[in-house]
Design a protein around this ligand. Structure first.
Ligand code: AMP
Ligand code: MG
Length: 499
């Protein structure tokens, strides 16, 4: 399929007053890529939270979205003009095992084109059953949808590529889990929802021709600079590996644990998608796991680069028929590409660590300097975010971790390293202030906000949290109460999947 034809701009009509401007290219892919159907209407839609600044940046009408029309459309109860709703088909390796999946509780309304020409999927999550629902009810509960809203917006503010959240609308209908919960629909905005699992599905369903078509489509949509390559499959593999290396390095930079890095939850665009049991680490420990279902620690904090590489190997396998006509050569090409991941990752990670340590120059020993700090933090169970932020402070307070001998030794080594730079210390400190967040979505703060919203209908706690998380690198009196981790508890923090 010719990429220029796929993405030729057929600008849709402006969909009423809400400001949607659809141009749906995914719907034009062969039939087996999707199932066409609309979201299931809900009884009593009520807007719980609307992301006005995102709406405005997309060229939508925030005031109209905040009104009754917005709640009807963003709950899936009314289809906006120009939308061509569908559920996407995909497969995936979940905790290592291959499964056929697909959007079991999501509907892609279509692709919205912003006034400045950017293209975004507008997807409703929790929008009712589809042919891919298997035994699920197709619905979502309010708490987890608000959680995705909070964390994805925090990630965006931290400067990490991510899907975003436009709104959460309560459905007025119950969902039945272990208990009866309030139902909700999240509107997710993503560069696309093409997953490693989409390639796995198409490789089985559409053969080499299908994979070629999806590769061309993905290149045109996310990697136009390399789409004219002689070997599109290889160009795509390299480009995706580079973005994933950068993405996972950024996760590690802020202590983020995705929690369920199955191949169906890895986007070819390089955005973070599918927020389920994710959470941020407090005390530094690479073995940290929050997800209740990740018993082996497969997706532990420090294992995320390995798992990204594992997923990329699954992507490479699907691309084999378009990498080289001879299978042996195709495998050799794929292996060589996938093997480059650890070096790519290390390069991105080291750049992030240099910035976090205020290093404006490069020295051979920087990797070991960064690793030595992590070692100290691990031994003393120092808080990851606070430690880096303390290091950035002009007049460091007297943090308890600095009382350890190993830490003092590291600190002297770091000071000596900084002194070898010609640039003024102020430049290092400035770099550090923009590389080390003062606030992250602390687990207890997120829980407190969800509890108030879901149990008591009090949205104020979440609104204050969202407000602080929108400027994570700034220190203000407002954010002071949000900086610290939860007081020590004997109950470890646990997160849950797919609720
Ligand atoms: P997730 O863990 O959210 O990435 O979902 C994994 C798969 O399960 C995807 O195919 C989802 O669409 C599907 N799924 C999760 N929850 C439900 C639900 N309540 N009803 C139907 N399908 C679901
Ligand atoms: Mg998923």
């Amino acid at each position: 399929m010719e990429s220029s034809r796929v993405l030729e701009n057929r600008s849709g009509e402006n969909a009423g007053g809400l400001g949607f401007n659809f141009d749906n290219t995914y719907a034009r892919l062969p039939d087996y890529f999707h199932a066409r159907l609309g979201p299931v209407p809900v009884r009593q839609p009520r807007m719980v939270v609307l992301n006005r600044s995102l709406a405005e940046s997309l060229g939508m009408n925030a005031d109209e979205l905040a009104g009754e029309d917005g709640a009807w459309v963003l709950s899936g109860s009314r289809i906006p003009q120009g939308a061509e709703p569908l559920a996407q088909a995909y497969a995936g390796h979940q905790f290592g095992s291959f499964t056929m999946l697909g959007d079991g509780r999501a509907i892609l309304l279509g692709e919205h084109i912003t006034p400045d020409g950017r293209r975004f999927d507008i997807q409703l999550k929790g929008s009712g059953q589809t042919p891919f629902s298997r035994l699920g009810d197709g619905r979502a509960a309010l708490g987890p949808m608000l959680r995705e809203y909070i964390i994805s917006e925090a990630m965006h503010a931290l400067g990490i590529p991510t899907s975003r959240s436009l709104a959460v609308v309560a459905t007025g209908e119950p969902v039945f889990r272990e208990t009866v919960l309030a139902g909700a629909v999240l509107t997710r905005v993503s560069a696309s929802h093409i997953r490693v699992g989409t390639f796995e599905y198409v490789a089985r369903r559409g053969g080499p021709e299908g994979v070629g078509a999806l590769a061309d489509y993905t290149l045109a949509r996310h990697y136009p600079d390399v789409s004219a390559s002689d070997n599109p499959g290889l160009a795509l593999l390299h480009a995706v590996m580079e973005r994933q290396a950068s993405l996972v390095a950024r996760w590690l930079g802020v202590g983020f644990i995705h929690g369920v890095m199955n191949t169906d939850n890895m986007a070819l665009s390089g955005e973070t998608i599918d927020y389920g049991p994710c959470a941020f680490m407090d005390a530094y420990d690479p073995a940290t796991v929050f997800s209740s279902i990740d018993q082996s620690g497969r997706y532990a904090f420090g294992n995320q680069p390995n798992m990204a590489q594992w997923n990329l190997a699954r992507l490479a396998e699907t691309l084999l028929p378009i990498l080289h006509p001879e299978q042996g050569k195709a495998i050799a090409v794929a292996e060589e590409a996938v093997k480059s991941f650890p070096d790519r990752f290390r390069r991105h990670w080291l750049a992030i660590m240099r910035a976090k340590l205020g290093l404006l120059t490069e020295e051979e020993d920087d990797l070991s300097l960064a690793q030595a700090l992590l070692q100290c933090m691990h031994e003393t169970r120092a808080d990851y975010t606070l430690t880096f932020r303390d290091l950035s402070a002009e007049a460091p307070s007297d943090p308890p971790w600095l009382r350890s001998a190993a830490f003092r030794e590291w600190h002297a080594r770091w000071q000596a390293r900084l002194a070898r730079q010609a640039m003024p210390m102020a430049a290092s400190r400035e770099l550090m202030r923009w590389s080390n967040p003062a606030v992250i979505p602390r687990n207890h703060r997120v829980e407190e906000a969800l509890d108030a919203a879901v149990e008591r209908g009090d949205l104020g706690v979440m609104e204050r949290l969202l407000d602080v998380l929108a400027s994570p690198y700034e220190e203000s009196p407002r954010s002071a109460d949000y900086r610290d981790p939860a007081p020590p508890s004997d109950r470890p923090y646990r997160t849950f999947c797919g609720t």
